[in-house]
Design a protein around this ligand. Structure first.
Ligand SMILES: Cc1cc2nc3c(=O)[nH]c(=O)nc-3n(C[C@H](O)[C@H](O)[C@H](O)COP(=O)(O)OP(=O)(O)OC[C@H]3O[C@@H](n4cnc5c(N)ncnc54)[C@H](O)[C@@H]3O)c2cc1C
Length: 422
C-alpha cells in the first residue's frame, strides 16, 4: 500500500511521520516541488532581522534524514501537475506518473499579491528571505513600505526597523491582524509610533510605496487549483473542504494545512486561518487516518501571537465586533494590569475578554504587553476549547509567585470586570 503526500513542509511531513509511526509497512512517498523540504517559514522574519544567522537553521530535516530514520522517501524538485483519482495516480511536471492508494494533499498557500519588481518582496519562501536579506545588505535602503498589517507585515516591519530602515506600514483594512478590534489596533499603533513605524490603516486610494523597498504582505490564498482540477471540493472559505478526519469528498484522499479549511469552535462554522501550528496538527490527523486509524481534528479557536517591535500581541477566539457579526451577543471588558508585582519589575499587560451575554460563554480575548502574554493567551484558548462559562473561568486556580504573576492574574481581573457587565 502506498501513501503519497503532496507538499514537503509542516502538514505534509507531519502526515508522513505520523503514518509511519502507525504503520511500519506502509510505503510513504512525499513529493515537494521546491528544492528544500521541512522549511519553517515562521522563522523567516528573524532570519531577515539577523537574529537567525544562517538560512540552513530554518530547515529542520533533510530528505536523507527521512530516508534513514523514518524509511520515508522525500523527493524535492517533484511538482505534481495533475491528480487522476480514477486511476489513483498523479502526474509530475517531468511527465512521470506516480501511483497512490492513499493521498494527502498539503500544498499550502501563496501570497495574494506576488512581488513583481526587483525592489519588491514577499516573505513566504526561503528564497524570498535570502533575497530580502541580500537586498538589505547590498542596497542599504533607508525607507520601506510594508503593505499589509497582518502578522507577516507586522513581523516584516519589526525586522526592517532592526536594520534601521524607516517603515511605512499600510493596509486597506482599518484594523491590524484583520481583527475588528479598535482598542488592539490603537495600542499597536501607539507602540509602533514609538518605534518610528508610521501606520496608515484604511488606505482606500491606492497604497503608497517607496522606490526603495516594498514588502507585499497583503494576505494569502490557499493552493487549491491542483485539488480542484482533480475533482476535490472546496468549502465556503475557498480552501479544501474536509471532514473531522481530514478526508475530502474523494475517499482515501485527505487534505491538511494551509490548503484546507477547518471548523471554528467558537462560531461552529468553517474557517480558514492558515497557521503552522494548525498545519502540523491537521497533518498529523490526516497521516494517521491515511494509515488506517480513526482520529479527529476538532477544529481551532483562532489563537495567534506576534511580536511587534517588542510588544507581544495575542488573540484567540472572537473580538466583540466579530462575535456580533457572527450573530452572538457579546459583552466585553478590558483591563490593564501588570504581568508581575510592581516590586518585581512588573510590566503593563492589557487583557480584553469577550463573553456571550445570553449564555455567559467565553468567546475570545486580545492580550498585549511586553511580557507574560503567551501563557495567559493559552489559558483563554484552553477555556474556549472547553466552552467554558465566564463564572467558571473567573474562579480558575492560576499560579502566583512574584517572579511569575501578580496575586490576581490579569486574565482573572478581566473576568471579574466582565462579570459586572453580564
Ligand atoms: C513569514 C512567515 C511567518 C510565519 N509565522 C508563523 C508563526 O509564527 N506561527 C504560526 O503558527 N504560523 C506561522 N506561519 C505560517 C506557517 O508557516 C504555515 O501555516 C505553514 O507553513 C503551513 O504549512 P503547510 O504544510 O500547510 O504549507 P506550506 O508550508 O506552504 O507547504 C506547502 C508545500 O507544498 C509544496 N507544493 C505546493 N504545490 C505543490 C505541488 N503541486 N507539487 C509538489 N509540491 C507542492 C510547496 O512548495 C510547499 O513547500 C508563518 C508563515 C510565514 C510565511
Amino acid at each position: 500500500l502506498r501513501l503519497l503526500v503532496i507538499g514537503g513542509t509542516a502538514a505534509g511531513l507531519s502526515a508522513a511521520a505520523r503514518a509511519r509511526r502507525l504503520d511500519p509497512a506502509l510505503e510513504i512517498v512525499v513529493l515537494e516541488k521546491g528544492e528544500v523540504v521541512s522549511f519553517g517559514a515562521c522563522g523567516l522574519p528573524y532570519f531577515v532581522e539577523g537574529r537567525v544567522r544562517e538560512p540552513e537553521q530554518l530547515t529542520v530535516y533533510t530528505p536523507e534524514y527521512f530516508r534513514r530514520e523514518r524509511n520515508i522517501t522525500v523527493r524535492a524538485g517533484a511538482e505534481v501537475v495533475s491528480i487522476a483519482h480514477g486511476r489513483r495516480e498523479v502526474q509530475l511536471r517531468s511527465g512521470e506518473r506516480v501511483h497512490y492508494d492513499r493521498l494527502v494533499i498539503s500544498t499550502g498557500a501563496r501570497p495574494v499579491e506576488p512581488a513583481a519588481r526587483p525592489n519588491e518582496f514577499n516573505l513566504h519562501t526561503l528564497a524570498d528571505g535570502k533575497r530580502l536579506r541580500q537586498f538589505l545588505t547590498e542596497q542599504q535602503p533607508r525607507h520601506a513600505t510594508v503593505i499589509g498589517a497582518g502578522y507577516i507585515g507586522l513581523e516584516a516591519a519589526t525586522a526592517l526597523r532592526a536594520h534601521g530602515v524607516q517603515v511605512l506600514l499600510c493596509d486597506r483594512n482599518p484594523h491590524i491582524l484583520h481583527r475588528d478590534d479598535p482598542e488592539l489596533t490603537a495600542a499597536v499603533c501607539k507602540h509602533l509610533e514609538h518605534f518610528h513605524v508610521e501606520l496608515r490603516l484604511g488606505c482606500t486610494d491606492g497604497m503608497p510605496d517607496t522606490d526603495e523597498l516594498v514588502i507585499r504582505a497583503q494576505g494569502l490564498r490557499p493552493n487549491v487549483e491542483l485539488a480542484a482540477d482533480g475533482g476535490i471540493e472546496r468549502g465556503r472559505t475557498g480552501a479544501i473542504r474536509v471532514d473531522e478526519r481530514m478526508e475530502t469528498n474523494l475517499p482515501g484522499v485527505f487534505a491538511a494545512g494551509d490548503c484546507a479549511e477547518t471548523m471554528h469552535l467558537v462560531t461552529g462554522r468553517p474557517t480558514w486561518i492558515p497557521l503552522g501550528t494548525t498545519a502540523n496538527k491537521m497533518g498529523r490527523v490526516a497521516g494517521a487516518n491515511a494509515a488506517g486509524a480513526r482520529e479527529r481534528f476538532p477544529g481551532i479557536v483562532g489563537t495567534a501571537i506576534v511580536s511587534v517591535c517588542g510588544l507581544a500581541v495575542g488573540v484567540t477566539g472572537l473580538s466583540a465586533a466579530q462575535a456580533r457579526a457572527a450573530g452572538l451577543q457579546p459583552v466585553s471588558a478590558r483591563i490593564t494590569s501588570v504581568d508581575r508585582p510592581r516590586y518585581f519589575f512588573g510590566k503593563p499587560i492589557t487583557v480584553e475578554l469577550v463573553a456571550d451575554r445570553t449564555t455567559s460563554r467565553l468567546l475570545g480575548a486580545s492580550i498585549w504587553g511586553e511580557e507574560g502574554v503567551a501563557g495567559r493567551l493559552n489559558v483563554v484558548a484552553t477555556a474556549l476549547h472547553s466552552r467554558m462559562r465566564l463564572e467558571d473561568f473567573a474562579g480558575l486556580d492560576l499560579c502566583y509567585a512574584p517572579p511569575f504573576a501578580p496575586v490576581w492574574d490579569p486574565v482573572l481581573v478581566a473576568a471579574q470586570q466582565l462579570q459586572k457587565s453580564l
